[in-house]
Each structure stands twice: as structure tokens, then as C-alpha cells.
Ligand binder design. Structure first.
Ligand SMILES: *Cc1c(COP(=O)(O)O)cnc(C)c1O
Length: 381
């Protein structure tokens, strides 16, 4: 049996051709493929606007800046996420506050978030960054209600969830990133995520003002919008301090062909999840999967008592499971700036047991049967 990673990209001849065609076209960057990718992505998730960026971390950075986050202002996120969900707040000089997770869904707990907000005076927090962890969509309708009550913004970190959706209280399907309940949503195109661009990301929004701000911040704060007939063709203004967070046409071409395959990829991921669930039912705890949502299944997470034992045992059999994640407040940088004694019991208990099993569209049935057999034999020992 070949080595089995926890996740991997799927690149086919169509993807390769798309990249090669772009290499001989007029634009390698700032050309038509970028906008084509943005338009198709916005259409896919059902948002008005989409802004392609060099990676999701850059997207998170300009998202908090677009919302005007200032040094010292406070934002709530989940401890069970990739560090970037919190780091973006630090880039802007803001303070990160962590609420606990729900022990079954592993998502930021609405109750814990509400408790945290209500323990402080009004205006103490500016926003919330919930994460569609492992591909399971956060119930953003419920978070929106809470946010509105306390005048907070929401940035949905949807890096794990392109193609995921949940049903709102009226039974209407709400795609991750459609902008109906969040100011902005962020997606990643790192190869381990659903859509591989090498590096890349997308910010979606329904708000025109935020959209314009994102475009400006992505490209140095430079615009030609005030150009008049009296100006020469070279005219531009730098109105604010922005960045070069652009995605190239080469990457966008790959993103377009990858996006077209995302529904099939998510469908396959759900088949794999179903087989894991059937095999583990009543024996091993896995992420709860509410019936009102369609999980994009970036990951399939289980909990076991001897997590390190299982990790090492699978590795011996060339199955490379992964841990998602070391709680962000436990990372040395965050401990050093004052998060050391923070007590997030659900997150810490989860972290002591969690392990992510291989999950990607090209995982074969034979490989999955092998994985399941090894997991069960370890747990039953
Ligand atoms: C991968 C990831 C990011 C960062 O994405 P990059 O494109 O690598 O910058 C942010 N948040 C979450 C939850 C992620 O999984």
C-alpha cells in the first residue's frame, strides 16, 4: 500500500492545460482570468462580489482592515482553527478573545460566545470570526442575530467549506460564503483545501463599499477612480496604505478549472464520510453532523483516548493522519502575549483526543477500507 496522506489536491489534464494556455497568453497577472475566477466564484457561492487574493491569510488581513479594526479593538474567534483566523486581528493591532467550542460539532459555541459578550460592557467587542471547521457550516443565522444584538460584525472563515451549506430557520439553503449573514467570508486555495491554486484565496461579500475597499487594499491602495479628462493616461492615486495581495492569472486559470470540479469533490468527500460513519457508529466518536447542513468535509475528525498511540500506529502503516488543531491560545506566541491561563475546557479536551483521518476525493475505497481496519484494530486492542 502506498503512503496515504490526510489530504491532497486533485489535478487533471484539464487543469494542466488551463495553466499552460495562460502561460502563453497576454497576461500572467492582473489580466482577465482573475475576474473570470472571481465572477464564477461569486456565482458559485451566491454572493454579489468576490475578490481574489494571494492567500486566505491575506484575505483575512484585508477583511479586518476593510471593517476598520483599530489597535486595541477586540474580536472573538474559536481556539480550534488554524492560527491565521486569529492572526489577522493581531496584524491590525487588535486583541483576540477566544470563546469555547461545542464538544460535539467542534464549532465555535454560540452559547459560549454569547456568555463572553454579555460578561463585558456594551461596545467591548467589535466582531466575531466563526470558522466552518472541518467543512461543517456554522449556523450563521444564529450568530447574525447575536451580532446584531450587540452591534458586531462577522467574518466567516470558510476556508474549509466551499460547497458547504446549511438550512436556515425557514428551511432555505444558505451556501457558505453567500454573504447573507456575514459581512465577508474567506476561502483558501492552498492545495490541502478543496480548490488548489498552489497558494490563493477569495473574499466574498454582498456589500459594495467593502468590496471597493478590498480591491483597494489588495493592490497598494492605488486607484484610478478620480481620473478626469484633464489627467494623462498614467494618472493614479494612492489613497491609503495597501498591499500587494493579488492572485495571478496563472493561479486563477487553475482556480477556474478546480472550481468546476468542486461539487463532484464534495460529493465524493461525503461518500467517504458516510463510510467512516458507518464503520465507527457506536464505537468511536466523530464530529456530529447536523441534518440541516451539508458538510463540505475538508476533514473527517474522530476522538480517541490514546490519540498519540493511534497517530503513531497509523504512521507505522504509512497512513499519515493529522491533528486539527493545537488550540490557538496554546501556541507559544499567544501564551507569551497573555493567553497562558485561559481556560477553554471543551477545546482542550477535544484537542487531547482529536485526530483527522485521510479525506480527499481521490482516496480509493481500498485505501479507506485499509484505514478503517487499522483504526478499529487499534481501538479494539
Ligand atoms: C488554511 C486556513 C487558513 C489560511 O489559508 P492560507 O490560504 O494558507 O493563507 C485560514 N483559516 C483556516 C481555517 C484555514 O484552514
Amino acid at each position: 500500500m502506498q503512503a496515504i496522506p490526510y489530504g491532497r489536491q486533485s489535478i487533471d489534464q484539464e487543469d494542466i492545460n488551463a495553466v499552460i494556455n495562460t502561460l502563453t497568453a497576454d497576461y500572467l497577472t492582473q489580466g482577465p482570468k482573475v475576474q473570470e475566477f472571481e465572477n464564477q466564484f461569486a456565482e458559485y457561492v451566491g454572493s454579489k462580489y468576490a475578490v481574489a487574493v494571494s492567500n486566505a491569510t491575506a484575505g483575512l488581513h484585508i477583511a479586518v482592515l476593510a471593517l476598520g479594526l483599530k489597535p486595541g479593538e477586540r474580536v472573538i474567534t474559536t481556539p480550534i482553527t488554524f492560527a491565521a483566523s486569529a492572526n489577522c486581528v493581531r496584524y491590525a493591532g487588535g486583541e483576540v478573545w477566544f470563546a469555547d467550542i461545542d464538544s460535539d460539532s467542534y464549532l465555535l459555541s454560540l452559547k459560549s460566545t454569547e456568555k463572553l459578550i454579555e460578561s463585558k460592557p456594551k461596545g467591548f467587542f467589535k466582531g466575531i470570526i466563526p470558522v466552518d471547521f472541518a467543512g461543517l457550516p456554522v449556523n450563521l443565522e444564529a450568530f447574525r442575530e447575536l451580532a446584531n444584538k450587540h452591534d458586531l460584525w462577522i467574518i466567516e472563515d470558510a476556508c474549509h467549506a466551499p460547497g458547504g451549506s446549511f438550512k436556515d430557520s425557514k428551511g432555505t439553503k444558505q451556501m457558505c460564503g453567500n454573504g447573507n449573514f456575514s459581512e465577508m467570508s474567506i476561502f483558501s486555495f492552498h492545495p490541502v483545501k478543496h480548490i488548489a491554486c498552489g497558494e490563493g484565496g477569495m473574499v466574498t461579500t454582498n456589500n459594495e463599499e467593502l468590496y471597493k475597499k478590498l480591491l483597494s487594499l489588495r493592490s497598494h491602495g492605488i486607484t484610478k477612480e478620480n481620473m478626469s479628462e484633464n489627467h494623462g493616461g498614467w494618472f493614479y492615486e494612492m489613497q491609503e496604505l495597501g498591499f500587494n495581495y493579488r492572485l495571478t492569472d496563472i493561479q486563477s486559470a487553475l482556480g477556474i478549472t478546480q472550481l468546476a470540479k468542486n461539487n463532484a469533490g464534495v460529493k465524493r468527500r461525503n461518500e467517504i464520510a458516510k463510510s467512516y460513519k458507518e464503520a465507527f457508529e457506536g464505537k468511536i466518536k466523530y464530529q456530529s453532523l447536523p441534518s440541516n447542513s451539508y458538510n463540505a468535509h475538508h476533514l473527517f475528525v474522530i476522538e480517541v483516548e490514546d490519540r498519540k498511540g493511534l497517530y503513531d500506529y497509523l504512521k507505522e502503516h504509512k497512513i499519515f493522519a493529522q491533528i486539527h488543531y493545537i488550540p490557538v491560545h496554546k501556541l507559544p506566541y499567544y501564551e507569551d502575549i497573555g493567553y497562558k491561563g485561559v481556560n477553554l475546557i471543551n477545546a482542550e479536551t477535544y484537542y487531547s483526543k482529536c485526530i483527522s483521518l485521510p479525506m480527499y476525493p481521490t482516496l480509493t475505497d481500498k485505501e479507506q477500507i485499509f484505514i478503517i481496519k487499522k483504526v478499529l484494530s487499534f481501538v479494539n486492542e
